[in-house]
Design a protein around this ligand. Structure first.
Ligand code: SF4
Length: 64
């Protein structure tokens, strides 16, 4: 399993993560990212990696 977290101090709300990985990330009321599923594997893990790789603020941490 891989743990997913978003640093709220880094996230500026571009929305790439929840657009590319809607199974893992969602938007709060102002468009910042929130984690829907904190521990992922399989397809959700692949989504989480895609989201992290496409975050321009390096706000997403994946830990195995
Ligand atoms: S892509 Fe990064 S900066 Fe943009 S909403 Fe997601 S975590 Fe926040």
């Amino acid at each position: 399993m891989t743990r997913v977290s978003v640093d709220p101090d880094r996230c500026t709300g571009h929305g790439r993560c929840y657009t590319l990985a809607p199974g893992v990330f969602d938007a709060d009321e102002v468009g910042h990212s929130i984690v829907r599923v904190a521990e992922v594997s399989g397809e959700l893990e692949r989504q989480a990696v895609t989201g992290a790789e496409n975050c321009p603020e390096w706000a997403i941490t994946l830990s195995r």
